[in-house]
Design a protein around this ligand. Structure first.
Ligand SMILES: Nc1ncnc2c1ncn2[C@@H]1O[C@H](COP(=O)(O)OP(=O)(O)OP(=O)(O)O)[C@@H](O)[C@H]1O
Ligand SMILES: O=C(O)[C@H](O)COP(=O)(O)O
Length: 407
């Protein structure tokens, strides 16, 4: 099945409901939005809708979290970036929101309140169920068509993501289209050899990706770094020490060790694991071979010898997919592995970065232009790479079947 895009719509006039993902890091003290990547990435879609009355639906964080807040600053930031007035209203589908939408003129942009302020948006529902929520019924009555550009939220089965496509004609925005097309290339015509570098702390997701890409033959090799490497090392019978094991336990990943063992027994020769690592000893970076690690020191980065081996393999790769840092890069002495692996990956013919932390590092190193693609998705990108169809994509495809060719 295929989904519709902006090019498939007969007209980009009328009232467009545009779902974006502006969820961004926010400074708790000042309330300032600290990173505008997602704003920059959604701008082309907002611009493409310049003849429409553009009603933006977005979220910031989740209920219960400190950065769960209103979208006033988000409207301001978008306005500055696109050089147009973006009006913000502290309402989602109530009388005030409906009145203001009714008064909009072509070319106006309106940002509704954080859609997760509506309790229903925080439910996990199927598309048809979600289409029956008050939220979707009210919102769909306010627009002529729906544009989903929120790739970063594409892995959530929430009403604005999966319900609106069942209630009205819906298409993907330019960012959604670009993300799906580029990430799909990893599965289809990626230049070989294909190397996945999987690090960071999300061990369960990373092991799912590793299993999918090795079972299916998409990856020629998987490099494990960060906490993911520690789990593989332990699965291989290496004592990574108490601090690393405590962290694995604290993150709830003890059961992942079994999964890592299964991957190693099926594809052991294709899983590349560090031979030497860096630990903190008396406040300094000290390197050890993994089979001579002192049991009481935390493993915080790839060692230099393994780094040389890993960058060598990356340099021979046609495609590199990088998700999750190689160490505690926030501390300068443990940033070498992450920085150097990213610099090497940027040189590959086809280079893709996923994961919020990793994308921020790439931008701070000033090598963002060298990568073929830096995904705006954290969880969405990694779930895509596990080979599952994302709920947002499935809903857009269904929608195109239902409404696509009808006026
Ligand atoms: N060996 C290690 N021990 C402890 N923490 C580590 C280690 N290696 C990496 N990390 C930590 O992993 C964190 C990032 O992991 P995460 O899986 O969240 O990355 P990401 O997928 O790029 O980001 P996001 O969750 O924002 O999408 C960093 O804060 C880093 O300090
Ligand atoms: O940043 C993200 O991953 C998306 O905005 C989704 O946010 P969530 O994990 O709170 O659903």
């Amino acid at each position: 099945m295929k989904f519709g895009t902006l090019n498939d719509l007969d007209t980009l006039k009328g009232t467009a409901l545009l779902r974006v993902d502006f969820n961004s890091p926010i400074d708790p003290a000042s309330g300032l939005i600290l990173d505008d990547k997602r704003f920059r990435e959604h701008s082309p879609t907002v611009k493409a809708l310049e003849d429409a009355k553009c009603v933006i639906l977005a979220h910031q964080s989740r209920p219960g979290k400190k950065d769960f807040t209103t979208l006033n600053a988000h409207a301001e930031k978008l306005g500055k970036l696109i050089g147009r007035n973006v009006e913000y209203i502290d309402d989602i589908f109530g009388r005030c929101a409906r009145d203001i939408v009714n008064q909009m003129k072509a070319g106006d942009v309106l940002m509704l309140e954080n859609i997760r302020f509506s309790a229903e948006e925080n439910l996990k529902l199927s598309g048809p169920e979600a289409a029956q929520t008050h939220l979707v019924r009210r919102l769909s009555a306010m627009g002529d068509y729906f544009v989903n550009d929120a790739f970063g939220t594409a892995h959530r089965s929430q009403p604005s993501i999966v319900g609106l496509p069942f209630a009205m004609k819906s298409v993907a925005g330019t960012l959604m289209e670009k993300e799906v097309k580029t990430l799909s290339r990893v599965f289809t015509d990626a230049p070989s050899p294909v190397t996945f570098v999987l690090g960071g702390t999300k061990v369960d997701d990373s092991l799912d990706v590793a299993k999918n890409v090795l079972d299916s033959g998409i990856a020629d090799q998987v490099m494990a770094v960060g906490v993911v490497a520690n789990v593989f090392l332990f699965a291989k019978g290496i004592n990574v020490g108490d601090p690393a094991m405590d962290l694995i336990r604290k993150l709830g990943y003890t059961s992942e060790i079994e999964k890592a063992k299964e991957i190693l027994s099926a594809h052991g020769d294709k899983v590349i694991i560090p031979d030497n690592v860096a630990v903190r000893e008396d406040g300094a970076r000290v390197e050890y071979p993994v089979n001579r690690l002192p049991g009481d020191l935390p493993v915080l980065d790839l060692g230099i010898d393994s780094l040389a081996e890993f960058t060598g393999i990356i340099k021979e790769s046609g495609t590199v997919v990088f998700n999750g840092p190689a160490g505690v890069f926030e501390e300068e002495i443990f940033s070498t592995g992450t920085f150097e692996l990213l610099r090497a990956s940027a040189e590959a013919e086809f280079s893709v970065v996923g994961g919020g932390h990793t994308a921020v590092v790439v931008e701070s190193l000033g090598i963002n232009d060298k990568f073929s693609h830096i995904s705006t998705g954290g969880g969405a990108c990694i779930e895509f790479l596990t080979g599952k169809k994302l709920p947002a994509v499935a809903a857009l495809e269904e929608s195109w079947q239902i409404f696509g060719n009808k006026a």
